[in-house]
Design a protein around this ligand. Sequence first.
Ligand SMILES: NC(=O)c1ccc[n+]([C@@H]2O[C@H](COP(=O)([O-])OP(=O)(O)OC[C@H]3O[C@@H](n4cnc5c(N)ncnc54)[C@H](OP(=O)(O)O)[C@@H]3O)[C@@H](O)[C@H]2O)c1
Length: 148
Amino acid sequence: MKITAIAAVGRNWELGRNNDLIWKMPEDMRHFKQTTEHHAVLMGRKTYESIGKPLPNRRNYILASGGSIFTTEWNRVGSIEVALENAERSMVDHLFVIGGAQVYKQVIESALCHEIILTYIHDTAADADTFFPTWTASPITSMSTANR
Ligand SMILES: NC(=O)c1ccc[n+]([C@@H]2O[C@H](COP(=O)([O-])OP(=O)(O)OC[C@H]3O[C@@H](n4cnc5c(N)ncnc54)[C@H](OP(=O)(O)O)[C@@H]3O)[C@@H](O)[C@H]2O)c1
């Protein structure tokens, strides 16, 4: 199973503010949907709350410390390992790690992530409160970027 982190970042690696996105760009939203649809997504509890519902046409894994619950619409997982085991068992071909900062950091630092897809947004936000981690020590095999 391939594991890819996908994010949109500002010039200073900004990710979010007040548990929401800073920039909502239709073109990037379309790119995100096209890339992740019909695969699986793994996200932190805060990102899930900010989206407000499971993402359609994708197997949703929501990471939270309350333990694991599996349903037909979403799966709450108590650890990244549980998500990976379940995804392998469910024959998921591609798992996208869709944030937020806490979850990106863990999958990148533990070298679980094979690829990073970044959208660079040509803007800054002084009041951002979450940032994409640095990953120099991790064996990322490929990285693709787009400028918006
Ligand atoms: N720009 C982008 O591309 C992008 C993408 C996604 C999100 N974001 C932004 O990022 C921000 C949210 O990021 P965040 O870092 O604050 O939160 P987050 O990563 O979305 O969620 C953190 C929560 O996930 C759970 N969690 C994390 N690691 C865990 C582990 N190993 N085991 C069990 N549970 C674990 C915990 O939930 P519990 O507290 O319930 O235990 C933790 O509080 C928002 O502003 C959002 O809009 C931006």
